[in-house]
Design a protein around this ligand. Structure first.
Ligand code: ADP
Ligand code: MG
Length: 371
C-alpha cells in the first residue's frame, strides 16, 4: 500500500498559559512507495511518533491529509485503516498467553465478520511461524525474553494482514545483541510479507542498515529523503551530515578563495565552482589519506597526532586541528597506509567526495566540482 502525506501538520496546543503551541510536525509532504521499508529518523522530540500516530489514526492532524493508495483516510478511525502498530514497550497483555495475545485483535472484530476459533488459531500460528515464536504459543509474556516479547507484538500487529505496518522504536528496550538480531528479523519479515513498513528510530545505524529509504527530520521539519547511501553521500545540510555516520563527520571552519578551500591559511582542496566565502567544512572519517613519510606535505591538511587505534583492517587516527569545531579529528585509514606513532604531526590529503561544504548562515550544502 502506497502512503501519501499531503501538507501534514500537527500543532499541539499549549498545556499551560506560559507555554506556546508546539508544531511537532510541520507540513510533511511526501510519498512512501508500496512495499518498502522506510525509516523515520531524527533525534528524540523531533516529531517521529507524532507522524506515526497520525498515520495510524490515534492522533488527528491539525491540517493536511493522509492517503493509503488512492483513498483519503484522514478522517477514518484507526480500526478501519488496516494498520498494524508496534510500540517500544511491547504492550502485551501479561495475563494472556502468546496465542491469546496474538488473536486479541481478531476477538475485537464485530461478530458477523469474526473468524471462528479454529481459524483464529490457524491465523495466529501462521504469523507466529513468520516471526519464529510458534514453539512458545502457551507461554505468558513474563516467561519470555524481551526479543521474544517484541516478536509477539509484531505477530499481533500482523495477524489482521494489515496493508501498513508501523513500528515506533521497536528495538529500544532490547540489549545490543538482541537489537541487532531483531532488526535483521524485521527486515526479513518485511521482505517476506511485502507490507509497506514505517520504522521509527533515533539510531542512524539502525535506519541505515535495514531501510530502503530514510526520512531525516529535525524539529518537525523534513530535512531529506533518500536511499541510505544517497543521504550519507549527499547530505542536504550540516544537520544531516552530522546525524549520519559512525564515527561522526569531522566539522571545521574554513574559507573558500578563488576555487581553493583553506583551513586557516593552509590550502587543502580545490573546490571549483564554490564562490568565495567563509564555510563550514565536513570531512568524513574515511576522507583522509596520510601523506607517506618523506613526501612533500604541501597542500595537505596538517594535524597534531594524538593517538592511533588499530582495529584490525583499519586504523583510527585521532588528531587535532586548530580549525576544528571539536577537540579531536577522527580519521579511518587502511592499516597499510602506515602512520608512525612516534610522529608529532600527521599530514592528510583529502578525498574530494568525502568533503562537504556548508554555508555558514543557513548550513545548507554548497556544491563544488571535484577534480
Ligand atoms: P519523537 O517521537 O521524535 O521523540 P514526538 O512526536 O513524541 O517526538 O514529539 C514531538 C514534539 O511534540 C515534542 O516537542 C513533544 O514534547 C511534543 N509533544 C508530543 N506529544 C505532545 C502532547 N500530547 N502535547 C503537547 N506536546 C506534545
Ligand atoms: Mg517517539
Amino acid at each position: 500500500m502506497k502512503i501519501l502525506l499531503k501538507n501534514l501538520t500537527k500543532t499541539y496546543p499549549p498545556r499551560t498559559r506560559k507555554e506556546s503551541p508546539v508544531t511537532a510536525v510541520d507540513n510533511f509532504d511526501f510519498e512512501i512507495p508500496d512495499g518498502k521499508l522506510v525509516a523515520l529518523l531524527g533525534p528524540s522530540g523531533c516529531g517521529k511518533s507524532t507522524v506515526l500516530n497520525m498515520i495510524c489514526g490515534l492522533l488527528e492532524p491539525t491540517s493536511g491529509s493522509i492517503f493509503f493508495g488512492d483513498d483519503d483516510v484522514t478522517d477514518l478511525p484507526p480500526e478501519h485503516r488496516g494498520v498494524g502498530m508496534v510500540f517500544q514497550n511491547y504492550a502485551l497483555y501479561p495475563h494472556l498467553t502468546v496465542q491469546q495475545n496474538i488473536t486479541f485483535p481478531l476477538e475485537n472484530i464485530p461478530k458477523s465478520r469474526r473468524p471462528g476459533k479454529e481459524e483464529m488459531k490457524a491465523k495466529a500460528l501462521e504469523v507466529a511461524k513468520l516471526v519464529q515464536i510458534d514453539q512458545l504459543m502457551e507461554r505468558k509474556p513474563k516467561e519470555m525474553s524481551g526479543g521474544q516479547q517484541q516478536r509477539v507484538a509484531i505477530a499481533r500487529a500482523l495477524v489482521k494482514r494489515p496493508g501498513v505496518l508501523l513500528l515506533d522504536e521497536p528495538l529500544s528496550n532490547l540489549d545490543a545483541r538482541l537489537r541487532l538480531q531483531t532488526r535483521e528479523e524485521i527486515r526479513r519479515i518485511q521482505r517476506e510479507t511485502g507490507i509497506t513498513t514505517i520504522f521509527v528510530t533515533h539510531d542512524q545505524e539502525e535506519a541505515m542498515s535495514i531501510s530502503d529509504m530514510i526520512v531525516v527530520m529535525k524539529e518537525g521539519v523534513l530535512q531529506q529523503i533518500g536511499r541510505p547511501q544517497e543521504v550519507y553521500d549527499c547530505p542536504a545540510n550540516l544537520f544531516v551530515a552530522k546525524f549520519l555516520g559512525t564515527p561522526p563527520i569531522n566539522v571545521l571552519e574554513g574559507s573558500v578563495r578563488e576555487g581553493m578551500l583553506y583551513l586557516g591559511e593552509d590550502p587543502v582542496l580545490k573546490v571549483k565552482g564554490a564562490a568565495d566565502q567563509d564555510v563550514i567544512v565536513g570531512i568524513r572519517p574515511e576522507g583522509f589519506i596520510p601523506v607517506p613519510e618523506g613526501e612533500s606535505t604541501e597542500g595537505a591538511m596538517k594535524c597534531t597526532l594524538k593517538a592511533l587505534e588499530v582495529m584490525g583492517r583499519d586504523v583510527s587516527v585521532v588528531s587535532s586541528h586548530p580549525a576544528a569545531q571539536t577537540e579531536t579529528i577522527r580519521s579511518i585509514i587502511r592499516a597499510e597506509d602506515k602512520v608512525d606513532e612516534g610522529l608529532r604531526t600527521v599530514a592528510f590529503r583529502l578525498r574530494p567526495g568525502k568533503v562537504f561544504l556548508f554555508r555558514k548562515e543557513t548550513e545548507e550544502r554548497l556544491m563544488f566540482e571535484a577534480e
